[in-house]
Design a protein around this ligand. Structure first.
Ligand code: NBP
Length: 474
């Protein structure tokens, strides 16, 4: 029997996606550069469904029904190009190459354009949920042509997570749209984790609440509006005790956060689009600062805090919860704003309600909140998530606590880069006049960069070095 799909690249993600496909009734042809991975999968999991192990790409392609679907799950970057190069001579028009790894969306756009010229479909698919999600149902964000989705969509929808019977998978848009949306998902994930970290630091450093007790607080928070996978696992990690030392697990872990690049890509894209994606940017910077070991060590003895002793506000724990929630809303608003701008820039028709809906399960940022975000975009299509009545009112309720928490953190010298920058974004958006007017004045003085006036249309320049008279430029 011919296989309905082939998977090449059988490290943890590829193997789990292949098993997920087989468990859902598809016949899956398998290939990996190093044969041992194919053998291991067959040895351990051949009873889960129909697999056809192969030893070369030729054999893999030969095992597939037409049009062929080849899912590439190798390391992002050059390995994806290498596998495509080897696959192309083996394929025929209308065959589909699927890249479900964490590829940069601009690479996906480039690959899609090159393969379209050869009559092949190239589908960049964002997959979120880690290895567990890949096996049991991830959130899936496919890009590529609509025609390719007709052939591929039903399979991807079947293996995805579901909420009330609705798959967490939908066609996102052409070429790199799926990988772009997955990238922004990961950026939001960075911010989500950072605000959890800031809450944890405040509870311990300001209020003296130890990790075991914090675990209970996070578990309680997980029952309300913050309910989400990351809050749930924060309770688990904070409650874990190191078997070797009997200390809280987090006290034996080196406090330098790693990163694989999708957060950085999100920030670079935001900068290219000219967007104030400060929550995600500060999260990436916070990880970078955490890794500056030598400077952090020197700063311990060189830099003085001169903290201002401060009495904690009443209900500090609840204040922190509200600050976390408000900051999280800002990160989502900024991430979704990136999707709106990218849709214009790259000519995608992104459906924000649908995208929020397919983040409701299977992926790392899955959260109760996403149901309300989906509803907001279905009903009101706000220009900014924070303008949707439900969120405008939720954030208004949280603002007093948010200000108290940021003020307390600043007085005590506890860094809260996302809590504070999110509040600055919120206040910046609301401000009727921003100091950008002075920036324009300075730019005009030193570089004749011109400015617009509030009262007259046109572009103006002041003759700063002469009589300071104003000239209209257009
Ligand atoms: P890795 O990213 O560790 O890649 C290992 C696989 O790539 C192996 O199958 C390896 O073959 C193959 N490979 C490499 Br490396 N270079 C190759 C080449 N030149 N030609 C052919 N094959 C090559 O695997 P992973 O951790 O399973 O991740 C796969 C993708 O999924 C990545 O893009 C990753 O970023 C993404 N990912 C996503 C999530 C998520 O939550 N969505 C989680 C983790 C990873 P070999 O066995 O012969 O060395």
């Amino acid at each position: 029997m011919a296989a309905q799909i082939g998977v090449t690249g059988l490290a943890v993600m590829g193997a789990n996606l292949a098993r997920n496909l087989a468990r859902n009734g598809y016949t899956v042809a398998l290939h990996n550069r190093t044969k041992a991975r194919t053998d291991a999968l067959i040895e351990k999991h051949c009873d889960e469904g129909e697999f056809i192990p192969t030893e070369s790409l030729e054999e893999l392609v030969g095992a597939l029904e037409r049009p062929r679907r080849v899912l590439v799950m190798v390391k992002a970057g050059a390995p994806v190009d290498a596998v495509i190069e080897d696959l192309v001579p083996l394929l025929e028009p209308d065959d589909i190459i699927i890249d479900a790894g964490n590829s940069l969306f601009t690479d996906t756009r480039r690959r899609e354009a090159a393969l379209a010229e050869k009559g092949l479909h190239f589908v960049g698919v964002g997959v979120s949920g880690g290895e567990e999600g890949a096996l049991n149902g991830p959130s899936i964000m496919p890009g590529g042509s609509k025609q390719s989705y007709e052939s591929l969509g039903p399979m991807l929808e079947k293996i995805s997570a579901h909420v009330d019977g609705v798959p967490c998978c939908a066609w996102i848009g052409t070429d790199g749209a799926g990988h772009f949306v997955k990238m922004v998902h990961n950026g939001i994930e960075y911010a989500d984790m950072q605000v959890i970290g800031e809450a944890h630091d405040l509870l311990r450093s300001a209020a003296g609440i130890e990790p075991a007790e914090q675990s209970k607080i996070f578990a309680e928070w997980n029952k309300g509006e913050l309910s989400s996978f990351l809050i749930e696992i924060a309770a688990e990690v904070l409650g874990h005790v190191d078997a070797k030392t009997g200390k809280p697990f987090i006290d034996v872990v080196v406090d330098s956060a790693g990163q694989k690049g999708t957060g950085r890509w999100t920030v670079i894209s935001a900068l290219e689009l000219g967007l104030p994606t400060s929550g995600i940017a500060e999260s990436v910077f916070a990880r970078a600062l955490s890794s500056q070991h030598a400077q952090r060590e020197e700063a311990q003895t060189t830099l003085v805090g001169n903290e201002i002793p401060t009495e904690l506000p009443d209900n500090f724990v609840e204040d922190v919860r509200q600050a976390l929630y408000a900051s999280k809303l800002v990160s989502y608003a900024q991430g979704l704003d990136m999707l709106v701008a990218a849709a214009k820039e790259y000519d995608w028709e992104l459906n924000l309600a649908e995208i929020a809906s397919l983040w409701r399960a299977g992926c790392i940022i899955r959260a109760e909140l996403l149901k309300d975000i989906t509803a907001a975009y279905q009903n009101e299509r706000p220009a900014n998530l924070l303008f949707a009545p439900a969120f405008a009112s939720a954030i208004a309720d949280a603002v007093p606590a948010w200000r108290r928490v940021v003020a307390t953190a600043v007085q005590l010298g506890i860094p809260v880069p996302v809590f504070s920058s999110s509040l600055a974004y919120y206040d910046g958006l609301r401000r009727d006049r921003l100091p950008a007017a002075l920036t324009q004045g300075l730019r005009d003085l030193f570089g004749a960069h011109t400015y617009n006036r509030v009262d007259v249309d046109g572009t103006f320049h002041t003759l700063w070095g002469e009589d300071k008279s104003e000239v209209q430029q257009d």
